[in-house]
Design a protein around this ligand. Structure first.
Ligand code: KIV
Ligand code: NA
Length: 274
């Protein structure tokens, strides 16, 4: 993994060409995006996208480590960032360090991401001072869905100052970049102009220093709901279901397996691939 960018390489992209990123949870998906992404996020969205959980709150350290290890096996070129799950860092800097160190040691991730702004600044500072690059995540922070009262746009009207303060706080604390989720476009542009670290938008603005999407959303695999900020670049869920339906019909009519899928009594001669 010598060629993968470091957190400092990502930080240095501020104001340059857009930073490309997606989430991944498995080795094959990581392989598909490795050459196209600057960093790949092992997001705690894995809980909703792959495990059928109702929110990200039930995601555990063990789940993150298992998926992180899988993703790491599929990456050569892209940096890997891993989410700290709900409950693994909020108690304070020392709990956060213990769990962040474990995530990095056991998966090989180059950085962790955690949710929160002003209230997480001390924790970010503590981690960065001890060798753990931190990506911050502000605006809509899904682990706080129960106190936010839903997955709403954050930072409209008077709330804009709060989100701006969060952006400044995480940048001052030493985060190497910050995800802006579901904030008004003009606020995202203002934050991008003001803070010295790259902003990674999701439901934010094309003016951000980079973009991220949940891979299963953009490929059309996760269709339980579609956020406004998701663009479906493919409809693979529908394609997969059609393939499964065809298989089911062919099994029921005995059209599958066909002659080319079954084996003869005699072993094949050397030239034939049967
Ligand atoms: O878990 C996740 O997928 C994320 C991205 C949407 C930023 O945190
Ligand atoms: Na996340």
């Amino acid at each position: 993994r010598k060629t993968a960018p470091s957190a400092e390489d990502i930080r240095a992209r501020k104001g340059k060409t857009p930073i490309v990123s997606l989430t991944a949870y498995t080795t094959p998906m990581a392989r598909l995006m490795d050459a196209h992404c600057d960093f790949v996020l092992v997001g705690d969205s894995v809980g909703m996208v792959l495990h059928g959980l109702p929110s990200t709150l039930g995601v555990t350290m063990e789940m993150m480590i298992l998926h992180g290890q899988a993703v790491a096996r599929g990456l050569q070129l892209a940096m890997m960032v891993i989410d700290m799950p709900f409950g693994s860092y909020e108690e304070g800097p020392q709990q956060a360090f213990r769990n962040a160190a474990r995530l990095m040691a056991e998966t090989g991730a180059g950085a962790v991401k955690l949710e929160g702004g002003v209230e997480m600044a001390d924790t970010i500072r503590f981690l960065v001072a001890r060798g753990i690059p931190v990506m911050a995540h502000i605006g809509l922070t899904p682990q706080s869905v129960n106190t936010l009262g839903g997955y709403k746009v954050q930072g409209r009207d008077k709330q804009a100052a709060t989100v701006m303060a969060d952006a400044r706080a995480v940048a001052d604390a030493g985060a190497f970049s910050v995800v802006l989720e579901k904030v008004p476009q003009s606020l995202a542009d203002q934050i991008t102009a003001e803070v010295v670290i790259p902003t990674i938008g999701i439901g934010a603005s094309a003016g951000c220093d980079g973009q991220i999407l949940v891979v299963d959303d953009m490929l059309g695999f996760f269709t339980a709901f579609k956020a406004k900020f998701v663009k479906r670049y493919a409809d693979l869920g529908a394609e997969a279901e059609a393939a499964i339906a065809t298989y089911a019909a062919e099994v029921r009519t005995r059209a599958f397996p066909a002659a080319e899928h079954v084996f003869a009594d005699q072993s094949p001669n050397k030239s034939a691939k049967t």
